[in-house]
Design a protein around this ligand. Structure first.
Ligand code: ADP
Length: 375
């Protein structure tokens, strides 16, 4: 090294360079004692260099690494077997206040006149993880939007298609009525008209079942998801799009049963539909309150209940609530609940509605848990 370089790299200079690097640097000796702690490390961990120099580096780790770190170093000293040296890995670190956070750690080794030292470069991954999480959320949202609009445009096309058999049925039935009123009408003609009408009705039914198949079409890809997260996102989306603000939303989920084995987009779609229906139902209600609760159900399932303070189910709907194209709303398609049923059943669950003692209605459905819940 020439004199200039040697002089420049005094300790103060080195520290000032390291202070500008976002990665934290921690140097330890071969007994795990901290020799130096960069400014970025001070910021990241909440300790000052003066507090930690001479302390064991395990101070910066949560259990079980905290207890095991000495033996990791000891093993390396005895066997020379490298585990983390020369590579980088993602692990968890511990701040002064005991909170933990994800880091990427790379460790290098150097021999100095005072002995062997290890230098760790540490990158805080919190930011990157939250970016990844957000990306994942956006992808989910996108998938949902794509599905909703696919169903939307398909429904428009189908409504168009359905008009044909329905118009034909009306014509055949009118003809049949005329024949009934005609004295010498040929019974054969009457039979023809009625059976043609029946044929058209079957055709209409087929069109409807095609729609249900499309929605359910083997797109279920199940993974372990957090119910809390699914509920939070779905309710946020449902409220966001509704433009309603005076809604009281009460969410009480059983913390023992959070991990579910589901297609996340499907479950969000179900929740979204049910919350939107509840909002619609409470349009004129004096008290607008939605409650979402969960509790373990038989067969390693979890039951989610969405209750509202609306007028409750109308008698005309009560019997065939989940049938497609049944609606009491002026611009309703009557598809929401039918889609919900298809999605719930595709994941092995059940969906039903019940009146509430205190007024309003409750919709409940079950989804499979990722692990059984201990009573
Ligand atoms: P849409 O919302 O297009 O009408 P749905 O299948 O989602 O289709 O709902 C069908 C019908 O069920 C609604 O029109 C309404 O009469 C009834 N319904 C659904 N949810 C509720 C609720 N929370 N309270 C009262 N009635 C409801």
């Amino acid at each position: 090294m020439n004199a200039f370089v040697k002089d420049s790299f005094n300790e103060g200079h080195l520290r000032s360079i390291l202070a500008t690097v976002p990665d934290a640097m921690v140097v330890i000796d071969d007994r795990g004692r901290i020799l130096s702690f960069s400014t970025a490390a001070e910021r990241m961990f909440g300790f000052s260099q003066a507090e930690v120099v001479g302390e064991n580096v395990s101070l910066l780790m949560p259990s079980p690494d905290r207890e095991r770190h000495d033996s990791y170093i000891e093993r390396y000293r005895q066997t020379g077997q490298k585990h983390i040296l020369g590579t980088s890995r993602v692990m968890t670190a511990r701040r002064r206040d005991g909170s933990t956070f994800p880091i990427e750690l790379s460790v290098g080794e150097a021999k100095t006149p005072e002995g062997r030292v290890f230098t760790g470069f540490i990158r805080d991954m919190t930011e990157r993880q939250s970016v990844e999480r957000r990306m994942h959320e956006l992808q989910n949202e996108l998938a949902r939007v794509a599905r909703v609009s696919a169903v939307g445009s398909l429904t428009t096309a189908l409504a168009h298609e359905l008009n044909q058999p329905l118009a034909a049925i009306t014509n055949y039935m009118e003809a049949a009525q005329e024949l009934v009123d005609t004295k010498d009408a040929d019974p054969e003609d009457l039979r023809d008209a009625v059976s043609s009408a029946a044929e058209q009705a079957l055709r209409a039914a087929k069109i409807v079942s095609r729609l249900r198949e499309f929605i359910a079409r083997g797109e279920v890809s199940r993974r372990t998801e957090s119910l809390k997260k699914l509920v939070r996102e779905a309710t946020a989306l449902a409220l966001l799009g509704s433009g309603k603000h005076e809604i009281e939303m009460c969410v009480a989920l059983d913390p023992r049963a959070d991990a579910v084995n589901v297609d996340g987009v499907n479950v969000q779609q179900i929740l979204f539909n049910l919350v939107r229906n509840a909002l619609d139902a409470m349009e004129d209600a004096p008290l607008k309150r939605i409650e979402i609760r969960s509790r373990p159900a038989a067969g390693d399932m979890i039951q989610l209940t969405i209750s509202d303070t609306g007028p409750g189910l109308s008698a005309e709907m009560a019997d065939n609530l989940f049938e497609p194209f049944r609606s009491t709303k002026r611009s309703g398609m009557g598809l929401g609940l039918s889609i919900c049923r298809t999605l719930v059943e595709a994941q092995g669950g059940r969906i039903w509605a019940e009146p509430r003692k205190e007024g309003g209605s409750s919709f409940a459905f079950t989804v499979p848990l990722a692990q059984p819940v201990n009573a």
